[in-house]
Design a protein around this ligand. Sequence first.
Ligand code: SF4
Ligand code: SF4
Length: 143
Amino acid sequence: MRCFQCGTCTSDCPVARFSDTYRPRQIIRMTQLGLKDRVLSSDTLWLCASCFTCTDRCPQDVEVANVIRVLRNLAAEQGHVPQVFKDETASILESGYAYKIPELRIKKRETLGLPLLPKGNPDSLRKTFKGVAFVARMEKKGK
Ligand code: SF4
Ligand code: SF4
C-alpha cells in the first residue's frame, strides 16, 4: 500500500524494456485495488526475472519482486501457471533436462565429434525439489 505509482520499477525493469505488456507498476496497482482474478490469471506475472532491480530502486521501499513472487505462488495454487512452465517442470522430472533434446541434434553432435551430453539425473533433482509445492502438485497430477 506504500506504492505511490511513480513508475520507477517499470522504467528500470530489464524485462519491461523488452515487453509491450509487462509492467510491474501496473501489477502493484492492480494488487492495491484488489483485482485478484485479473492479477492471478495474467501470464505477464510470469515474465519477472526476479532480478530485484525494482526492489532496490523503489523510493517507497516496496518489495516489488517479493510481491510478484507471492502473487505467483497464489496463482499457482489456483492452477494459473503458463503451460510452458508446466512442460518444463514435467521434462525436468522425467529427464533432468528443462526440455527434451531432439534426437537429430544428439546425432549431429556425434557427427561433429562432440562429446556425449551428460545424463540427466531426475532422482537427484527430485530430492532438491522436495518441499517445493508446485513440483509436488505436478507430480501428484502425473503431469
Ligand atoms: S512500487 Fe515503488 S517504484 Fe514501483 S511505482 Fe510503486 S512506488 Fe514507484
Ligand atoms: S524483479 Fe522482476 S519486476 Fe523487478 S526489475 Fe527484475 S524483472 Fe522487473
